[in-house]
Design a protein around this ligand. Structure first.
Ligand code: SF4
Ligand code: SF4
Length: 509
């Protein structure tokens, strides 16, 4: 039995909006968005871009304010140095962040993608706007791509690609500055390539990757690559607030045609939606045309149709090529372009804004928004616990971390000229997470004895680990048998910076 395609309202589920029947990519030409949400997103993007490009320039005490040096395992967050010894903090912070993202998504859907994600910001607020500036709006871009290679086309295409690549190089350098610091990036840029092959190759690779993403991959990153996007299906529920089409108010959709009015039923069909969308008539003119004399046009049309006039402007502006009227879809990055487009249409036909708006499925179908669901409460409780543990661990974090281990393969031995004393050999490691170097010394706590360093007294270097060996000598009379528990304080001058615990081995008594 064949299915009437008009009746198959679920057909969109069988295909991806950016792939045709032969599996080839359909290039998306989104219409240039405009409206209050787009303007707000522009301002948010200016602030975020300023932060992204500005942070690498900020230094605290000669060190970057933020650094993620994976190569040297050195991380600086808000001026505080974190080293591999802080890995547990990093893991916990990541876990907290993931729970936060899940909670945020359950409540607010993919709002992060539309407003904060660097991919969307660069794509929609930088690269796309340059494209509109050089090649024009969606239709002009289509025409240009189909046109033969004239001087004008070559100039526009070349200019666009050169600008795209230049910005990609800039982004790659900023990205590298977050990894190896701005000073290193500037050094690599200034020195001859022959002295910095590795740095140069890294820059080219990063620049090429960004150029490929923003000039070619585009929305495919959000649809097919981004793991966060792929997880939407398990995170969203009917209470999540997302960009939603109000199907209750909008359906049955249909073009505002004269045949829907009582005035001239057999007039030739004229799509008011198309007239509005094309901007060839003012809203008042359009309304007047649809209005039977002496009647309220909105009431007349509402008898048969919902508020959606099927102008498809919401589809035309969508950067991922979907029709939001089909419901929440994995491809939707909540960019709000369709909300602006539809609001503009509603203004033109004199209806209330918000046919596409931030709302939940339940909010639309049942008229009630419910944010505080059991699921949200459970995630909030877990997030609360994780935040508290994070705060406690960060509070307990010390700038200097010392470790003392008994030297492997050694036991105790007797001091030659002191038969009532025993010695153990230890290795120490001191991790200095500050930006200063300082000498350290060890002092026994609560027991008489002596500590002798092997070699010179240790001086710790900033952001480095210092290693060495030392002997501890104790009176036999003070031992608690085979294993005596010891506490040793680590001092820098008069300041105690850490306390370590270890065992002292003696004979079985
Ligand atoms: S922009 Fe609004 S009125 Fe036009 S098709 Fe989309 S939902 Fe319907
Ligand atoms: S449907 Fe398209 S235009 Fe609307 S918010 Fe989602 S991605 Fe943006």
């Amino acid at each position: 039995m064949s299915i009437d395609p008009i009746q198959d309202t679920e057909e969109y589920r069988d295909k991806v909006a950016t792939v045709d029947d032969r599996g080839k990519r359909i290039w998306i030409y989104p219409k240039k968005p405009s409206g209050r949400y787009y303007n707000a997103r522009k301002w948010v993007s200016y602030v975020l871009l300023a932060i992204l490009f500005g942070l690498p320039f900020i230094e605290v005490g000669g060190e970057p304010f933020v650094l993620f040096n994976i190569l040297e395992r050195k991380f600086i967050l808000f001026g505080v140095l974190f080293m591999p010894q802080d890995f547990h903090l990093f893991v916990l912070a990541m876990l907290t962040f993931i729970v936060f993202i899940v909670l945020f998504t359950v409540v607010w859907g993919r709002v992060f993608c539309g407003w904060i994600c660097p991919q969307t910001i660069f794509m929609e607020m930088v690269f796309r706007r340059i494209e509109y500036w050089i090649e024009g709006d969606a239709n002009a871009q289509r025409r240009l791509n189909k046109a033969p290679w004239t001087t004008d086309k070559i100039f526009k295409k070349t200019a666009k690609q050169v600008i795209f690549f230049t910005i990609s190089v800039l982004i790659a350098n900023v990205f590298l500055a977050y990894i190896i610091s701005l000073d290193e990036v500037l050094r690599i840029v200034q020195e001859p390539i022959s002295q910095n092959w590795e740095g140069f190759v890294a820059m080219i690779l990063f620049s090429g990757a960004f150029y490929f993403v923003f000039s070619y991959m585009r929305e495919q990153v959000c649809i097919a690559v981004c793991p966060y996007g792929r997880l939407q299906g398990v995170m969203l529920d009917n209470n999540s607030i997302v960009v939603h089409y109000d199907h209750v108010r909008g359906e049955p959709r249909g073009k505002m045609k004269k045949k829907h009015t009582a005035r001239k039923p057999d007039n030739p069909v004229q799509s008011i939606a198309a007239t509005v969308a094309a901007g060839t008539a003012k809203p008042d003119q359009v309304k007047a045309e649809a209005m039977p004399t002496g009647s309220n046009p909105t009431e007349q049309i509402k008898k048969t149709l919902g508020d959606c006039i099927d102008c498809k402007l919401c589809v035309q502006v969508c950067p991922t090529g979907i029709d939001i009227r089909d419901g929440t879809q994995l491809e939707c990055v909540n960019c709000t372009a369709c909300m602006d487009a539809c609001d503009e249409v509603m203004d033109k036909i004199g209806r209330e804004r918000g046919l596409i708006r931030y709302d939940s499925f339940k909010g639309i179908s049942e008229g009630r928004k419910r944010l505080w669901t059991p699921r949200v409460m459970a995630y909030s409780a877990v997030l609360g616990v994780l935040i508290v543990v994070n705060i406690l661990l960060l509070n307990a974090r010390t700038d200097v971390e010392a470790n003392l281990f008994r030297a492997t393969g050694t036991l105790f031995y007797q001091v030659n000229d002191q038969p009532d004393q025993l010695r153990n050999l230890y290795n120490y490691q001191i991790t200095n997470k500050t930006k200063e170097s300082f000498p350290v010394e060890f002092r026994l706590v609560g027991i008489e004895g002596s500590i002798e360093l092997v070699g010179k007294p240790p001086v710790t270097e900033p952001g480095a680990q210092t290693e060495g060996s030392l002997f501890i000598t104790l009176d036999k009379a003070d031992l608690d048998g085979r294993k005596t528990r010891l506490s040793i304080d680590v001092y820098s001058g008069d300041k105690r910076i850490d306390r370590v615990k270890t065992n002292f081995f003696g004979p079985v008594q």
